[in-house]
Ligand binder design. Structure first.
Ligand code: IVH
Length: 671
């Protein structure tokens, strides 16, 4: 078997063991065997980057080492906890503690088990100096730059009785609302969705660009304090201290004095956790006294003084009726399972995305199968497996992925390294044509409220529109009935379309639907190039030199403007009067900053960094990138880097907050 075959077979096996472990709760191999296979797969994948697959088991579990980050050794290893799904095991744990402590009194600290990725952060003299992921427990990735962008993590502590040096451990999370917003945005761009907030948080924290991290609104809760001279000999009290020092800690910790207290805590949070703003997957129980923790010690892998009780994911079983294939705006084909409606976590589920060919085939679905559905997020139901015991001789055929487009018949293509399959017929495939128009009118794009998917469909069916430029030639008489009915709504549609002509350049650019050019990138490009002509003329290097524009986006832009068909649409949009120029800055032009060299640092509330650069220029100042004795002041947002802060302090350079700055230039910061 060559490496490539071995990778595929390891993936398949690990997927199955994963499923048996996490879904069936009946592992058939030991953790050690599992880890060995995982390591082999990681090693082979590292040797064959061309075989990378976002759905590989290595992307889901196991070590989170990656090659983009420097690896550092943990000062104190990051232990994991023994896990159980079983209350009997919790009672056993309690009894073992009683025995281990020779019957003396003890308290158990009950906590929520946050479902994100663990992080260990070192503070020295009250400054955040390093943040490291768990990795393999002994070594992890140095993700300090990314962690610094998480606003709830203190970079520098205020007055307090914190030790000179300590480590805090906690969980980096993506709150439900940010997760849902992110997935909505990704769905709109036809990018693969994150299955749950944990994957989203982990994908984000491992991002090579910390600006992506900053945009995505991560959060962190802290639950463990380590160091030489801790404020208290009790865990609970130490966590309270963390809270006082400015760390986010859970308000829902509780001390239990009996096994009944522990069970009551579990019961309570199994229900109430659905109201929490972040994902939790269980309860962590810890002996509260550090001296008692020490007495109990460790097994080979885990501390004896703690255990994690995991909640069972809500799961339902139902009949798979059919699998349909949907074609999106970019031509991406998504398999969607249609099921007998079933109640799951309070809502009726009857459809579930199967994401792509590999995921679908990995499930080995047959028509007529009974499948298990889980809700990964609060919103997205997923098929996690098949009830193979329920299969009978009447079982239907295996569900196969299609080879031709269900809408236009074109042969599907799958690009190297991509999970999705595409219909390449972008000119003639109806859902792609309609999808592009729907994107064009959508809220973040041209925001033509008077139009919606149904009206677009109707106009398309009637042959009135076949691309976005046609919208601007629609007339009231075309849209109202032959007898003059629907006159009012027709007029409203036309008015809405006309109004959209004066949208900002950023919106018009986003509305074109250039692949990978999202809202943020479109605005950045609009501000930078100011007119579409400048943008169209920019070579690859110039595009890539723009902050936040990487190779993928840059290449996609070049590709877009090379297509004759796109140029034609653009020409007709411009003839119709759609705005493709950045209007002069709204900020009052002045010379209040004349001659001043200004460094921008941190993350801001009211404008982006790009906008601040423009505002500085508009007011006569000069934006410089590094601090020197010639710097006049630093415009500092949140999370300004501590090294910059040190340097500024040493050179005695003034630090100006965002609000002060807006005052200076006469803009109301509350806008
Ligand atoms: S305590 C030695 N407390 O669950 C104790 N862990 O295997 C170290 N987690 O890797 C962990 N919430 O990522 C602890 N309240 C909590 C937690 C928690 C989530 C995670 C953590 C750890 C895993 C346990």
């Amino acid at each position: 078997m060559d490496d490539k075959q071995r990778i595929l077979s390891l993936r398949a096996e690990l997927h199955r063991y994963n499923y048996l472990y996490y879904v069936k709760n009946s592992p058939v191999i030991s953790d050690q065997q599992f880890d060995e296979m995982m390591h082999e797969l990681q090693r082979l994948e590292a040797l064959h980057p061309e075989m990378a697959d976002p759905n590989s088991p290595t992307q889901r579990v196991g070590s989170d080492l990656s090659h983009e980050f420097v690896q550092v050794t943990h000062r104190y290893p990051m232990l994991s906890l023994a896990n159980t799904y079983n209350r009997g095991d919790v009672a056993d744990f309690y009894r073992r503690i009683e025995d281990g402590l020779g019957g003396g009194p003890f308290d158990i600290c009950c906590e929520l088990k946050f479902d994100g990725l663990s992080i260990s952060i070192t503070y020295e003299q009250g400054h955040l100096v390093r943040a490291v992921t768990r990795g393999n427990g002994l070594q992890g990735d140095d993700v300090t730059a990314n962690v610094r962008t998480i606003r709830s993590i203190p970079l520098q502590l205020g007055e307090g009785d914190w030790p000179e040096q300590f480590e805090v451990r906690g969980e980096v999370l993506m709150p439900w609302d940010s997760f849902e917003a992110l997935n909505r945005q990704r769905a709109e761009r036809e990018e693969p969705l994150f299955a749950n907030p944990r994957n989203a948080a982990s994908g984000t924290l491992k991002s090579k660009s910390s600006s992506v991290v900053a945009e995505r609104k991560l959060d962190a809760y802290f639950y463990y304090l380590l160091g030489e001279d801790l404020p208290s000999q009790f865990h609970y009290q130490n966590i309270e201290k963390l809270g006082q020092w400015g760390f986010k800690v859970s308000r829902n910790m509780a001390l239990a004095h009996s096994v009944d207290d522990v069970m009551a805590y579990i019961d309570r949070w199994d229900k109430e956790r659905s109201h929490l703003p972040v994902a939790t997957d269980g309860i962590v129980l810890k002996v509260n006294s550090l001296a008692q923790q020490e007495r109990l010690g460790m097994t080979a892998k885990n501390p004896r003084w703690a255990i994690a009780y995991k909640f069972k994911a809500e799961r339902a079983r139902t009949l798979l009726k059919d699998v349909v294939f949907q074609v999106g705006r970019t031509g991406a084909v998504t398999p969607v399972a249609e099921m007998e409606p079933v109640l799951l976590a309070g809502t009726v589920v009857k459809r579930a995305s199967l994401h792509n060919q590999d995921i679908m085939e990995g499930l080995d679905l047959h028509y007529g199968d009974y499948v298990y559905v889980e809700k990964a997020g609060e919103i997205i139901p997923q098929i996690v497996g098949v009830d193979t015991d329920a299969r009978t001789v009447f079982l239907g055929d295996r569900v196969k992925f299609i080879t031709t487009c269900p809408e236009c018949g074109a042969k599907l293509v799958r690009y190297e390294g991509e999970a999705a399959s595409y219909c390449p017929n972008d000119v003639g495939c109806p859902p792609q044509i309609k999808g592009r128009i729907e994107h064009f009118i959508s809220r973040d794009a041209m925001d033509i409220e008077s139009l919606g998917p149904e009206t677009i469909n109707e106009y398309y069916q009637r042959g009135l529109i076949k691309d976005v430029a046609d919208l601007y030639h629609l007339t009231v008489s075309q849209l109202c009935g032959a007898d003059g009915s629907r006159l009012k709504s027709a007029q409203k549609v036309i008015d809405g379309i006309q109004r959209s002509k004066s949208n900002s350049f950023g919106r018009s650019l986003y509305a074109l639907g250039i692949r990978f050019v999202g809202k943020v990138a479109a605005n950045t490009l609009a501000k930078h190039f100011r007119t579409i002509d400048h943008l169209m003329q920019a070579p690859l290097e110039e595009l890539m030199a723009v902050n936040g524009i990487g190779k993928t986006i840059a290449e996609s832009i070049i590709h877009y403007f090379h297509e004759e068909r796109n140029l034609d649409i653009l020409r007709r949009l411009r003839e119709a009067g759609v705005n493709f120029e950045e209007q002069a800055s709204q900020a009052p032009q002045s010379d209040v900053l004349a001659g001043q060299a200004i460094v921008i640092s941190g993350v801001f509330d009211h404008h982006s960094r790009e906008e601040y650069k423009q505002i500085i220029e508009d007011n006569g100042g000069r934006n410089v990138s590094s601090i020197s004795s010639k710097t006049n002041f630093i415009l500092a947002g949140h999370n300004m880097g501590p090294s910059k802060l040190d340097k500024a302090n040493k050179l005695g350079i003034r630090i100006v907050s965002e609000d002060e700055f807006l005052d200076m230039i006469g803009e109301d910061g509350q806008a």
